[in-house]
Every structure is written in C-alpha cells, then in structure tokens.
Design a protein around this ligand. Structure first.
Ligand code: CP3
Length: 341
C-alpha cells in the first residue's frame, strides 16, 4: 500500500511503532493565535470551513507547530445537515443553531460539500509541498446518531431529551432519519477518500447517551452500514470509530462495526482497554483534555501512564476529546516533548 511508511498508517495496519504516533482531536482551533487571526479576517467558522484555501491553511497550522503524525481536515460534522438542506449557523458563544427539521423534505445535495473535498485535495498537496511526508491526512464525519441529535435538538444538548423521545415515540420516522444520514454519510466519506483522505474517523460523540439496546440500533448498526458502503469502494481504507461514552459497549462496537481502530474517551480505563480492546485492534486515546489544560508534572505523568499501558501493542496517542480553546500552547509543546521521549 502506498504511503505505508507513515507511522500513523502503519499503526492502523497493526504494526506497533517504538514511539506512538500522535494527533489531537480539535488540534486546529481557537487555542492557536494564528487560527484566531484568520477567523477574525474571514468572519466566522463556517466561512472558513467552506473556503478550501482557508480550511487547508487551518489544517496545516498545528502541523507546522507540532508536526503531528496526522492532520485532520478542518471541517465539521454538521456539514451533512447542511447538505441535506437544514439551515445551520454558529452563534458566537452559543455554538451551532440549526433550522427547522422536516424529514420528508431532506434531500442530499453533494455539491454543497464540494469545498470540503477541495480542501482535502489542497491539504494533501500542501503536506507534500511543505515536506510533511510522515503526516497522514484524516477525513471525518459524525455518526448518524450524533448528527441526528443536533438536527432534532436544533443545537447542542445536555440530556438529548427531544431526540430520545423522538426515537422512542416515533421509531419509524426516526429510523427514516437515521437511514438518510447513513447513506449520505457513506457517500460523503467515499468522496473524501477520493479527494485524498488516507484514513477516516467517525465521531459518535454522544453515543454515551444511549441505553444498551438503542446503542446497538442507533450507533453500531448505522456505522456498520456506513463502513460496509465505504469498503465496497475502498476495501483497504482504515477507519477509526470514536463512540464517546460507550463504556463496556466499546467491545461490541469494536467487534461488530468493521472499524480498524477504536478511539477512547478519558473515562475509559487504559488497563481495561489494553486487555479488552487492544487485544482486538489498535486503540487511540485518551488523555483528559483538562489534564492538558492543567499542564505540569501531573499531565506528563498521566500521559506517560497511558503510554505505558498501551506500549505492548499498536497504539495512537490522542486526547479523550477535543482540545479546549483555553489550553496554553506551552502545555501542548510539553506534551509533544513527552511523547517524543
Ligand atoms: O479536530 C479538528 O481539528 C478538526 C476539525 C473539527 C471541528 N469540529 C472544528 C470545529 C472536528 C473533527 C469537529 C467535529 C465535531 N463538531 C464534533 C465531534 C467531535 C466532538 O467534539 O465531539 C461535534 C460534536 C461538532 C459540532 C460542533 N462544532 C459544535 C458543538 C461546535 C461549537 C462548540 C465550540 O467548540 O465552539 C462546533 C464548532 C467548531 N467546530 C469549532 C471548531 C474549531 C469552533 C469554531 C470557532 O468558534 O472558531
């Protein structure tokens, strides 16, 4: 396979590296002054995400500072509701706000996502141009359940009450929404690979809100379908699943979805994960982002302990969730130093 020299891709193919390859969720973003500067110039998050040149530049920013083993394309999981025709805006300080949802009117328009594909191909070329030949390019999407929560709640939520009541009280209509999301997401990910993504991550950030039965129905099943559609086209594409909050459900998720590697949140005990998950596939994770924000010796010890737990099998270092915007850059530098040994 081409690019097999990249430590990140090697790890995903099951070959353990002496030093774990690393990247950080939300590695591009507001904790970087160069990001804040471009954001002020462009006027907002969506304006940047849909400007291929800006999106490429922002994807490169953390790589230039820290030389992570992977660059994740600067975009968002909420591009899919947009492509389905649901209005999306980001209100400063409040997060995403989505327009009214009318499931019977949803229609996937792939043209809307063209700037994401263009950003990927630009970034793929830019990584080469700047000689980051060891850095892999990650494409991504949200999982149907997580994206459905935003579409039904109209934004972020703490208890997902509307979404759960919808799923429990109108299961047929909810199934319809999940199916629409499953098929459009599969198409979206296939196009991302075509545009230059070397691996994919599927974020099921709110999987932890589901009870055991619903977790199988709304997290595992749709992701399994997405992966089988993507693999029909690209049989060898490595796919990382990140079912945040899944707890012991991680085992079933790892065994049944068809993922190549599993992303772990910070609540998952590394020792448990080494025994129960790393025995099945490469794992990725899972330093608490707040530990990174706190910094100091405690952070370095926490990172070292995670590395020690996962050292004997293929492993990618990451956080358990995205970098917080108030994280000091010096702490990220220190963490990277620790990772490089
Ligand atoms: O990781 C990366 O560096 C790549 C880019 C990326 C973003 N969002 C950029 C972003 C990725 C992979 C995402 C995924 C995403 N988006 C998820 C799944 C991962 C997770 O965090 O659980 C979710 C749930 C979203 C939805 C979303 N996007 C919310 C709730 C918000 C507002 C909250 C916030 O942090 O302000 C966003 C906006 C967003 N997406 C920002 C970034 C950098 C902040 C934009 C800004 O204000 O500049």
């Amino acid at each position: 396979m081409l690019n097999q020299h990249k430590p990140f891709l090697k790890t995903l193919s099951g070959k353990k590296q002496d030093k774990p390859p690393f990247w950080f969720m939300r590695q591009a973003g507001r904790y970087l002054p160069e990001y804040r500067a471009l954001r002020a110039e462009k006027g907002g998050f969506l304006a940047m995400a849909f400007d291929p040149k800006a999106a490429c530049e922002i994807t490169m920013q953390p790589i230039r500072r820290f030389e992570m083993d992977a660059a994740i394309i600067f975009s968002d999981i909420l591009t899919i509701p947009m492509a389905l025709g649901q209005h999306l805006e980001f209100v400063a300080g409040e997060g995403p706000k989505l327009g009214e949802l009318n499931i019977s009117k949803l229609k996937y328009d792939d043209d809307i996502l063209q700037p994401v594909y263009e950003a990927l191909s630009k970034t793929s070329a830019q990584l080469k141009a700047e000689n980051y030949t060891n850095t892999a390019l990650i494409g991504f999407s949200g999982a149907p359940w997580t994206v459905a929560t935003y579409m039904i709640e109209g934004g972020s939520s703490k208890d997902f009450m509307k979404t759960k009541l919808f799923a429990y009280q109108q299961p047929d209509l909810f199934d319809e929404l999940i199916e629409i999301l499953t098929n459009s997401t599969a198409q979206y990910l296939i196009k991302q690979v075509e545009a230059g993504a070397e691996t994919l991550q599927i974020f099921d950030s709110w999987a932890g809100a589901l009870d055991a039965e619903s977790f199988e129905k709304y997290s595992i099943e749709p992701i399994k379908k997405i992966i089988s559609q993507v693999r029909e086209k690209y049989p060898d594409i490595p796919i990382i699943g990140f079912p945040k909050g899944a707890g012991t459900g991680l085992i079933k998720f790892a065994k049944q979805t068809g993922i190549t590697a599993i992303g772990l949140d910070s609540q998952t005990h590394p020792q448990w994960a080494a025994q129960n998950l790393q025995s099945l596939m490469p794992v990725q994770g899972n330093l608490d982002p707040m530990m990174l924000m706190a910094g100091g010796e405690k952070m370095q010890k926490a990172a070292a302990l995670i590395m020690e737990n996962f050292a004997s099998k293929p492993y990618i270092f990451n956080l358990g969730h995205g970098i917080h915007k108030d994280t000091p850059i010096a702490h990220v530098e220190k963490l990277v130093e620790t990772l490089r040994g």
